[in-house]
Ligand binder design. Structure first.
Ligand code: NAD
Length: 491
């Protein structure tokens, strides 16, 4: 099989990179390389930014209703090619086809949101703020927006920002993760087919050098980042120092709390989906379960049994696979080291996913569902984001104790409670130090019209992606105050 090097889309043309270094793209179910990502240098990234800068004045002047029509056409093409896009996500990421479909759907919902551009961009006005003086505000675009994406949602995360930035009148440069560029390449072909004008949307590839160019280039006005916390913090600090508007979403360690009165079957299902969906490679994955009071007696064994019976397999060829591989051999080794560290810290490994075997594709990067019990707050398996199918179980004497553990995590994406008691639910919702709360919902990921509202070390910036915060991020308001007092002379 020949390994193709991915192309860039710059100023309306698909071009080959001149980079000498590439990074491998794998099919993680098979453990084989399927493509190569060029690690573009500063010159190539600057070219794309210059193209976006040149396209900006005309695009900014394009009526919002026309910008929205581009999104209607894009949405239609995404629907027509939905199955193909989902298959590419599965092929390069490894999640199940059902999970890929769900993630592509979530991305399309942001395109649908952006189709409402004329309404989203409406300003305010007030007549007679003083006698004969009126005031109005309008929203205007900023210029070139850049986005840097992680590997775990190859289409959905780029679509968190791209449609909104464009309908607001900005031009765009996207850098997907070097691990999963193929889905975004197909998505970009569809945006080209929808008729995006030259230079308005550009696709580049690379790693740190590419990103650093984006963070510091004089023509870049906004930076949207999604990835791990150390990189998110670096992006926020570097880009703000260079005068950019930044939204930078980081990693997470999401706690789920279960009370003894929760419904058994639906809670076990929801915990399984949260901990092991997408092989735990989700920033909303529940990776810690706190059993309050005697909840452990009721829930732990059924949960361990469900984890043991989950079918792990090659998602690109086995429709029965319920969980796929992790993204790379390197990440698999990192997870094995984390499990070793949990064992040496004294946690009780009640389900060991290391002995999983997938006969058809033994080279795939597989780790089975893993459960540690009796995990203590100081252990690294509970302090660090592992980003894999490893669930840590802790115990607390009551709801207050469980909330205290959760609030001590330092992160702030999701916090989840399973209960049948409304008072407990209300207290939890009010007191948790996290931006996205689930009550009897394992993955409380907000839809396109609400902000994806990470807190603490899970987000750096002020305005989140999605919803009205996304529109505010991609526009700036201009307020005009007018006095027209002298009317007599014109009649
Ligand atoms: P990552 O931080 O390794 O990489 C993300 C992006 O940053 C990639 O495009 C990569 O090329 C680039 N990058 C990596 N190192 C860099 C550096 N030193 N300087 C500049 N750029 C760099 O993240 P990942 O492994 O691709 O994705 C998984 C992480 O993303 C997890 O931590 C997960 O929680 C997080 N995530 C967060 C959210 C959220 O909404 N908070 C959503 C999805 C994923």
């Amino acid at each position: 099989m020949t390994i193709e090097t991915c192309k860039l889309f710059v100023n309306g043309e698909w071009v080959s990179s001149s980079a000498s270094e590439t990074s491998p793209v794998y099919n993680p179910s098979e453990g084989i390389q399927i493509a190569a990502t060029p690690m573009c240098g500063s010159d190539e990234i600057s070219n794309a930014i210059e193209a976006a800068h040149a396209a900006f004045p005309d695009w900014a002047d394009t009526p919002p209703v026309e910008r929205a029509r581009l999104m209607f056409r894009f949405k239609e093409l995404l629907e027509q090619n939905f199955e193909e896009l989902s298959q590419i996500v599965t092929r390069e990421h490894g999640k199940t086809l059902e999970e890929s479909r769900g993630s592509v759907r979530r991305g399309i919902e942001v395109v649908e949101f952006a189709c409402g551009a004329p309404s989203l961009l409406l300003g305010d006005s007030l007549e007679n703020i003083a006698r004969n003086i009126d005031c109005e505000s309008v929203r205007q675009p900023l210029g070139v927006s850049v986005a840097i994406a992680p590997f775990n949602f190859p289409i959905m995360v780029p679509l968190w920002t791209l449609p909104v930035a464009l309908v607001c009148g900005n031009t765009f440069v996207l850098k997907p993760s070097e691990k999963v560029p193929l889905s975004v390449i197909r998505m970009s072909e569809l945006l080209e087919e929808a008729g995006v004008p030259k230079g308005v949307y550009n696709l580049v590839h690379g790693g740190k050098e590419a990103v650093d160019t984006m963070l510091t280039h004089e023509h870049v006005k906004t930076v949207s980042f999604v990835g791990s916390t150390p990189v998110a913090r670096y992006i926020y600090e570097t880009a703000t120092r260079n005068g950019k508007r930044v939204q930078s979403a980081g990693g997470a360690k999401n706690y789920m709390v279960v009370l003894p009165n929760a419904d058994l079957d639906s809670t076990v299902d929801a915990v399984m989906g949260s901990a092991y969906g997408c092989a735990g490679e989700r920033c909303m994955a529940g990776s810690v379960l706190v059993c309050a009071q005697e909840a452990g007696d009721r829930f732990l064994e059924p949960l361990a049994e469900a984890a043991r019976s989950l079918k792990v397999g090659a998602t690109d060829r086995d429709p029965g696979a319920q969980m796929g591989p992790v993204v790379s051999q390197q990440h698999l080794e990192h997870l094995h080291r984390s499990i070793e560290s949990g064992l040496s810290d004294g946690a009780d490994l009640i389900v060991d996913g290391r002995d999983v075997a997938v006969a058809e594709t033994p080279e795939g990067f597989f780790l089975g569902p893993t459960v540690f019990d009796k995990v203590e707050p100081q252990m690294s398996i509970v302090r660090d984001e592992l980003f894999g199918p490893v669930l840590s179980v802790m115990h607390a004497s009551d709801l207050d104790g469980a909330i205290a553990r959760l609030n001590g995590s330092g992160f702030g994406n999701a916090a989840v409670l399973f209960t049948s008691n409304g008072g407990a639910a209300r207290k939890f919702k009010h007191e948790v130090n996290a931006g996205m709360v689930g009550i009897n919902v394992g993955v409380p990921a907000p839809m396109a019209f609400f902000p994806f509202s990470g807190w603490n070390n899970s987000f750096f910036g002020d305005l989140h992606v999605q919803g009205s915060e996304g529109v505010s991020f991609f526009t700036r308001q201009k307020v005009t105050i007018s006095r027209w007092a002298d009317t007599k002379r014109f009649f």
